[in-house]
Design a protein around this ligand. Structure first.
Ligand code: HPA
Length: 292
């Protein structure tokens, strides 16, 4: 039986195992969302560890998620990337979903970049747009599903962490500036609020209407637990949603959301996001403005 809860020593055990296997000291961690794992293929001098071989690591079960941790250099910066993440809908506890984030902290990472595929709720969004995440709504958290629930591990962070500044303002600014300098269409870079639902089903029309009224711009089934745990342990965070579909807001619509569409759009638009993150590494590598 695999564990659902971890002790500090479990995180340390995994850290020690990785430390023995790699000489690389990553400063930036990237969690690659559905269809976005191609970024890890851009790493130079890659060192690959399959989740199944890493002590205490859960295994990824979803199509489109490779299931390995890749160390290497992206645009000259030392990075570790998760090619495939863990989702609540797979049945993992949120402690499991977020396990790698605390290992990153122990490895000396200062910045976490999160990426995901998401449905567009904002009517101005188009399929293929990239949304810089400004804020999130932790909907599972409203019913007590929070990765920090339970005894607080002070060695990682405080009992009541702030979340109002979760997504680093300086990096968002730099990201907008970098986008302008690259030859991408201005309107394809959006900024907004990501709402997490547990999934695995896509949303009903009534749910989409509700989420829109709540002020969310994009909806998905991931990211928020990892961000909460990252902020708890003082990592600087920023992230992107790739808008892979527009959610269904209309009862007369003949369309339905499906995972294949999400993956296909992911593959097409991911290229753009990968180039963008590659360029951003020049700024992300510098730890200025990091809290703590
Ligand atoms: N809803 C939830 N999660 C998603 C969607 C969606 O429409 N698209 C990609 N991930």
């Amino acid at each position: 039986m695999e564990k659902d809860e971890y002790t500090y020593e479990d995180y340390q055990e995994t850290f020690n195992w990785l430390k023995r296997k790699t000489t690389l000291q990553p400063k930036v961690a990237v969690i690659c969302g559905s269809g976005l794992g191609g970024l890890a293929d851009k790493l130079t001098q890659p060192e690959v560890f399959y989740y199944k071989d890493i002590p205490n690591f859960p295994r990824s079960t979803v199509e489109g998620h490779a299931g390995c941790l890749v160390f290497g250099y992206l645009n000259g910066q030392s990075c570790v990337m998760m090619q495939g993440r863990f989702h609540m809908y797979e049945g993992y506890s949120l402690k499991k979903v977020t396990f790698p984030v605390r290992v990153f902290k122990l490895l000396g990472v200062h910045t976490l970049i999160v990426t995901n595929a998401a449905g567009g709720l904002n009517p101005n969004f188009e399929v293929g747009d990239i949304m810089l995440i400004r804020d999130h709504i932790n909907l599972p958290g409203f019913s007590g599903q929070n990765p920090l629930r339970g005894p607080n591990e002070e060695r990682f962070g405080t009992r009541f962490p702030a979340m109002s500044d979760a997504y680093d303002r300086n990096l968002r600014c730099l990201a907008r500036e970098t986008w302008r300098q690259m030859d991408f269409k201005k309107r394809e870079l959006q900024e907004g609020t990501y709402v997490m639902l547990a999934g695995p089903n896509f949303e009903t029309v009534a749910e989409c209407r509700l989420l829109q009224r709540l002020g969310a711009d994009a909806v998905g089934m991931s990211t928020v637990p990892e961000v909460i745990v990252a902020r708890h342990c003082g990592l600087r965070v920023f992230g992107f949603s790739l808008i892979t579909n527009k959610v269904i807001m209309d009862y007369d619509s003949l369309e339905t959301a499906n995972h294949q569409e999400v993956l296909e759009t992911g593959i097409n638009a991911a290229h753009k996001l990968e180039k963008f993150i590659f360029r951003l590494m020049e700024h992300v590598s510098k730890p200025e403005g990091i809290p703590h």
